[in-house]
Design a protein. Structure first.
Length: 382
């Protein structure tokens, strides 16, 4: 018969210590008490130092607290390890199974975490992580279909995967369109897209520095929408020297003919500018604008993709957007016309401009015009 060492629970130890206290109170000594309890004196003193003064309920509660403390320590360690693992994966989103597998292998190799924890942090099941990839196997089950797709794309270079799917089904391949699309993409058989060349306007003059009023006008479009979601197209025209908004349109759409008609009205009232500066939009580079300009004014088109070369009108558009369009909701086209026109009137006559010495554009234009007239009179006398 084997003699196994008996382990006592905390409740049993506290009960035995209580029995020992009663025996010692009756006049017994420690040696006889230990013989009665069936433990050695070293065990008795160890119990006394560890559980002395505790009741059975207290000992049970202490055991539970020790167990909870160990659990909390383990959870804290796992949380810190998970935090360190997430920092390792902070370089980008794990968008595909391939990147998730690489992340799991990196965590296992770097942080020595378990496979279970690495898969949980990377968001991939362990079965998917352990499953071998078809590309890693020696025999690709889709090699014949890949060869057929390459030959098909070589024969029909302008056809896409959709036609390839129907022809593959017609030739007896049992496959769905999603697999054809995936293999088509893997083989790099995408149909090249012909990019449409953007037309660039032909400038008739070089844009001079706007040193006088009515020398350079800048024109540009911006868009908004009413409460029904219908588009509102806004055309603004400013004098680059005086910063004055000399004209503009608010319509659902603005054609080149509509724009030339408005420019004709402005020229009749204010005179033609030396240069009209604009971007390369279809309305500006149209034949209608070129025919209208004729001998009236020169046309200067900025380079495509360089809005900073038309900075004055871009600055005006940003103020119009910030101070008017973003704080108003238009319930109709007429409402938009009234609000935008009132804002442009306030901009010209009431809003000081820092680059004009905090004069309004209209006041600066008036002073500059008077100064130029006085200079002309003085030159005539001399």
């Amino acid at each position: 018969m084997t003699n196994s060492k008996k382990r006592h629970t905390p409740e049993q130890v506290v009960r035995k210590l209580g029995q020992a206290d009663r025996m010692l109170a009756d006049g017994g000594d420690v040696a006889s008490v230990c013989r009665e309890l069936g433990v050695s004196e070293q065990t008795y003193y160890r119990w006394r130092s560890q559980y002395g003064g505790l009741k059975a309920e207290d000992a049970k509660r202490l055991k539970e607290l020790v167990k909870q403390n160990a659990t909390l320590k383990r959870l804290l360690a796992e949380a810190e390890l998970a935090k360190a693992a997430l920092k390792e994966l902070a370089g980008g989103k794990l968008l595909g199974p391939g990147r998730r597998r690489a992340a799991i292998a990196h965590l296992i190799r770097t942080l020595m975490v378990s496979e279970r924890m690495a898969c949980r942090l990377a968001g991939l099941s362990r079965s998917a992580y352990r499953r071998p990839l078809q590309g890693d196997t020696t025999a690709d089950p889709d090699s014949a279909l890949r060869d057929w797709l390459r030959a098909y794309a070589k024969k029909h270079p302008r056809w896409g995967y959709r036609r390839a799917y129907y022809d593959a089904c017609g030739e007896g391949w049992t496959v769905n369109h999603k697999k054809i699309q995936r293999l088509w993409r893997d083989e790099g058989l995408r149909v090249p897209q012909r990019r449409r060349r953007k037309r660039v306007g032909s400038s008739t003059v070089e844009a001079p520095a706007a040193t006088e009023p009515n020398m350079v006008w800048a024109v540009d479009f911006q868009f908004d929408a009413d409460e029904q979601g219908r588009a509102i197209k806004i055309c603004s025209i400013i004098d680059e020297h005086t910063r004055e908004c000399v004209g503009g349109l608010v319509e659902r759409s603005i054609s080149a003919d509509r724009l030339t008609g408005h420019l004709e009205d402005l020229v009749a009232a204010r005179g033609a500018p030396a240069v009209l500066r604009s971007e390369n939009g279809p309305e500006f580079i149209s034949d209608a604008i070129a025919d209208w300009a004729g001998t009236r004014t020169g046309l200067f088109y900025i380079q495509p993709g360089t809005p900073w070369n038309n900075g004055y009108i871009e600055s005006f558009n940003s103020r119009l957007r910030d101070e008017c369009l973003n704080i108003n909701s238009f319930y109709s086209l007429l409402h938009a016309r009234v609000v935008i026109t009132d804002w442009k009137t306030e901009y010209n006559h009431d809003r000081p401009h820092s680059s004009l010495g905090y004069l309004t554009p209209a006041e600066y234009a008036r002073q500059r015009t008077n100064q130029m007239e006085n200079d002309d009179i003085h030159n005539d006398w001399t």
